[in-house]
Design a protein around this ligand. Structure first.
Ligand SMILES: [Zn+2]
Length: 176
């Protein structure tokens, strides 16, 4: 596996773990020191993304990563958070086991993760992905975020007697 940054052939494995149907290896280039991730799988089926206009293109991890990076630009995120997010999504996509996946499914997966990672990045990504055309849609999205926040902060303000999952069920029930 050549280094994606400098093309050097040798890398060392710094972390290796089983993910779903394969092995994920975190590698470090022996020449430039860059870190990258490889997946080893029994059947590396190619994955195609179908767009809204029904065009198909091969799934491109770099493109996904670039989109997430752009949304997270200058946000105070822990080192490696963006790469991990993209890696997780890729692993999940392959785990679904389909050869074709709608771009909207991927977009939703990114949104879901960004929402819990960083609200500004989430809004940035959403404004591109959901194609906010006016300030009203943007305001609606922000209002949703804010109301989610009050919901989450409420149960933790008192000592929870139930596990978080249970609390969420209870608060969802109350809303109905
Ligand atoms: Zn390198």
């Amino acid at each position: 596996m050549n280094c994606p940054y400098c093309g050097h052939q040798d890398s060392r494995v710094i972390d290796s773990r089983d993910v779903n149907d394969g092995i994920r290896r975190r590698r470090q280039c022996l020449k430039c020191g860059a870190r990258f991730t490889t997946y080893e799988r029994l059947q590396p089926a190619s994955l195609f993304v179908t767009k809204k206009d029904e065009r198909r293109e091969e799934f491109n991890q770099d493109k996904l990563l670039a989109g997430i990076r752009k949304a997270c630009e200058k946000r105070p995120l822990p080192t490696g958070a963006v790469d991990k997010l993209a890696d997780d999504i890729e692993a999940e996509l392959y785990h679904i086991g389909k050869t074709e996946i709608a771009s909207t499914v991927i977009g939703d997966m990114v949104m879901k993760r960004l929402k819990s990672l960083d609200h500004i990045a989430y809004i940035r990504f959403a404004s591109v992905y959901r194609d906010f055309t006016d300030i009203t849609t943007l305001k609606h999205e922000i209002d949703t975020l804010l109301s989610d926040e009050t919901e989450i902060s409420h149960p933790t303000a008192q000592l929870p007697l139930l596990p978080v999952e249970e609390l969420e069920k209870v608060s969802k029930r109350k809303q109905r």
